[in-house]
Unconditional design. Sequence first.
Length: 187
Amino acid sequence: MANPGQGTEADTTGGGAVERGGRRRVALLLAVAGCAYLIDLGSKLAVVEKLEYRPPVPVLGTWLELRVTRNSGAAFGMGGAMTILFTLIAVAVVVAIVRLARKLYSVPWAIALGLLLGGALGNLTDRLFRAPGGLQGAVVDFIAVRGFSVMNLADWAIVCGGVLTVFCSFRGWELGDTGRTTSEATV
């Protein structure tokens, strides 16, 4: 049953009124972000220890290999002289997601924002704590796709979170949508 005092609004997809309110999904966002962050951090620590200064390790021939590089720039190594700007952008992304979390009731949005947050924190950790330091640390990249780029798992989390964000937007889902119609909520 819908909670008293919580409004409903018309569902433009023809499924009835969409319930507003429900349970916030901040815990899901934090769990996804934490997993993405820890997996990224662990993978970077492992590849730096085991693979740095060694020849590339083929995974799928020369199409996909593990090759450690340090990237002071953005995607595809662009903007190497603007490391501080990328650090500030990562901080802004983290702050924006934390602010959006108070409006978050949607599971798909929680997953998308969790992936973006975990990825941003993963690369931000490198910017803050890796050489040369002072907000200018180089990000550890190690997943080399031939003819494309060398990335890390934080980058993949950001890409997946971005794709899911676009999908949620195209579907017309909002941060505050619970995904249940009022007819489902009353059953």
